[in-house]
Design a protein around this ligand. Structure first.
Ligand code: PLP
Length: 227
């Protein structure tokens, strides 16, 4: 299927749910993003700051750019003027930097807190206890130029669907807990659960995802060798 057909087919699948499609376009050339755009796609996800900035400079201005990959603190300044949502806040120090750069740009930046839900050791993110204590802190309350609108998680890369389902369900229940404890704060407005990728988005949607991040199933396999 073409990229346009893929975009349409995902939108049909999500029709009637509360879930949005983030088209993950990392490593793909602008022409392919433009094809998706022409098919109606407006939310694009990238995982490298430089690539995100370059694409945002040439592609249509009404695209909402989401940063989905691990973000280094020294690169926040490059995306702070325009990024629509950062999915990958994985430490208080990173959020503090986002707060600083958002203030300089006189804007409020929406973010998701990345939560560690997988069995693998390598994934970035907060665990539940860290998250609760951070959101309870005075340091966080003073971050008035960021708005925490949800959580993001990546399931274990496994063919065991029950495992994946369990991990997504745990993120959903954490989201509900955070909502009841912290939604009254001025810089918290929890509405989004970013979970699900090409291989596991169906389970994610069943477990309450509001944003699926789909790359290869839309744009084809990535070839890092030619980048
Ligand atoms: C690359 C990436 C995706 C998309 O992965 P696919 O398997 O190609 O759909 C989703 N989320 C994050 C954080 C990624 O880095």
């Amino acid at each position: 299927m073409s990229i346009a057909e893929n975009i349409k087919s995902y939108n049909q699948k999500l029709d009637g749910t509360d879930c949005k499609l983030v088209a993950v376009s990392k490593t793909k050339p602008n022409e392919l993003l433009q094809e998706a755009y022409d098919a109606g796609q407006r939310i694009f996800g990238e995982n490298k700051v430089q690539e995100l900035v370059e694409k945002s400079e040439t592609l249509p201005k009404d695209i909402q750019w989401h940063m989905i990959g691990h973000l280094q603190r020294n690169k926040v300044k490059y995306i702070a003027p325009f990024v629509s949502l950062i999915h990958s806040i994985d430490s208080p120090r990173l959020l503090k930097e986002v707060q600083k750069r958002a203030t300089q740009n006189e804007r409020i930046i929406d973010v998701l807190l990345q939560v560690f839900i997988a069995e693998e050791e390598t994934k970035f993110g907060f665990d539940k206890e860290e998250l609760t204590s951070f959101l309870s802190s005075d340091e966080f309350k003073e971050m008035t130029n960021v708005r925490v609108i949800g959580v993001m998680g990546m399931a274990t890369n496994t063919s065991d669907q029950n495992q994946v389902r369990k991990e997504f369900a745990s993120l959903k229940s954490l989201f509900e807990e955070l909502k009841s404890s912290f939604n009254a704060l001025d810089n918290v407005a929890l509405s989004e659960i970013s979970m699900g990728m090409s291989g596991d988005y169906q389970i994610a949607v069943e477990e309450g995802s509001t944003m699926i991040r789909v790359g290869s199933a839309i744009f084809g396999a990535r070839n890092y060798g030619t980048m």
